[in-house]
Design a protein around this ligand. Structure first.
Ligand SMILES: NC(=O)c1ccc[n+]([C@@H]2O[C@H](COP(=O)([O-])OP(=O)(O)OC[C@H]3O[C@@H](n4cnc5c(N)ncnc54)[C@H](O)[C@@H]3O)[C@@H](O)[C@H]2O)c1
Length: 344
């Protein structure tokens, strides 16, 4: 069987994750890497044994023949690349969030539908084993109908101060809140009707990053379900895991709690540190990529080949972005905001 030829746009921290999965997937050939920082593109391409590197995705689209593309640029830079790739007839895996403005969301939907290409947004929390098992319990009816949910999904502050050079041009809501909203919609099996959010700023600003520290949001779903979500970028760096994750789903007949705030199965003590190595998100077992960060990318390729629907639809990703725009508006105005879906 012929291999799916894939190109990569964005060769940063997460672009490397995509490249590693493509390198090991037997059905994929990674054929080109693009990054506006050409040195970064070249460095990643070298590790993959590739020579086709570009600093502009339009040049890559003109010069290289490929079937599908991963778009792994910063949150605010997904729109144009996604539209251009759709117009070139490529199937697309775009990192979350789909886009950070309503205009970009609309332009992507228009281009994807007009060109008949397939697209998945990497809202990979659906592949996290504890969340997937909890969701299966809910789907089997063990919890009854979903009534309420709580989701804390926070990052240590290092992510905003050191990992992401563009943190101030995004938001913890786009960076992690997109996973929160998608997960809550997935569990409630419903769309968010309205949101009310408050936020606090100051800690990151005092460290030179002009971004909100934390958002607390209440979401009301159309059929009456309610949820609370917290997204913070100021968890202390001493936290045992990069994320602080607590989740509860309560139904008419049962409830599930998740505490994923540290990888409790493994503790490492060396002369200079004590930590909990990752055995959930992006770890390797006998040289093979196993974490759920890789599983969502594998799913994209597998379902491209079989033609099956993606677990995350375009509508899921569109509505997630529109809910976050409503949350941002609520935090700014201090008022509850009704989510405005496409066509409304
Ligand atoms: N699924 C997840 O949980 C997860 C985890 C981390 C990051 N991400 C997402 O991945 C994306 C990238 O994050 P990152 O941590 O790799 O950021 P990064 O800054 O490490 O890498 C982004 C790269 O994109 C390049 N770039 C910027 N604009 C470009 C353009 N127009 N064309 C080509 N290259 C361009 C930059 O030079 C940089 O090398 C973000 O959307 C982020 O939210 C997702």
């Amino acid at each position: 069987m012929s291999k799916t030829k894939v190109a990569l746009i964005g060769a940063g921290v997460w672009g490397e994750v995509h490249a590693k999965l493509y390198r090991e997937h037997p059905g994929v050939e990674l054929v080109a890497v693009c990054d506006q920082n050409i040195e970064r593109a070249r460095k990643l391409a070298d590790t993959m044994g590739l020579s086709a590197v570009f600093s502009d995705h339009r040049e890559m689209l003109d010069a290289v023949d490929f079937d599908a593309v991963s778009i792994v640029t910063p949150d605010f830079a997904h729109g144009q690349a996604t539209v251009d790739c759709a117009n070139a007839g490529k199937d697309i895996l775009v990192e979350k969030p789909l886009a950070t403005t309503r205009e970009d969301v609309e332009a992507i939907v228009e281009a994807v539908q007009r060109n008949g290409v397939r697209i998945m947004v990497d809202l990979h929390n659906r592949w996290s084993p504890p969340f997937a098992v909890a969701h299966d319990c809910l789907m089997r009816g063990e919890l009854g109908d979903p009534v309420s949910a709580y989701f804390r999904l926070n990052d240590i502050r290092w992510v905003a101060t050191d990992m992401l050079p563009w943190a101030a041009k995004s938001s913890i809501l786009w960076f992690l809140g997109s996973h929160s909203v998608d997960t809550l919609r997935w569990f409630m099996q419903d769309e968010v009707e309205s949101v009310y959010a408050v936020c606090s700023k100051g800690v990151l600003a005092s460290m030179g990053v002009d971004a909100v520290d934390v958002y607390q949001t209440i979401l009301k779903f159309r059929r009456g379900g309610i949820a609370t979500m917290e997204n913070s970028w100021i968890t202390p760096n001493t936290h045992p895991c990069i994320n602080d994750i607590k989740f509860n789903i309560t139904g008419t007949r049962g409830m599930i709690n998740l505490d994923l705030s540290n990888n409790q199965m493994i503790e490492r003590f060396t002369e200079d540190r004590n930590d909990r190595p990752d055995v959930l998100v992006q770890h390797f077992v006998h040289g093979k990529a196993k974490g759920f960060a890789y599983e969502s990318i594998r799913h994209f390729i597998d379902n491209l080949v079989t033609g099956e629907e993606f677990l995350v639809s375009l509508e899921d990703a569109v509505n997630t972005s529109l809910v976050i725009l409503a949350i941002l508006e609520s935090a700014e105005t201090g008022q509850p905001v009704k989510v405005r879906y496409l066509g409304e």
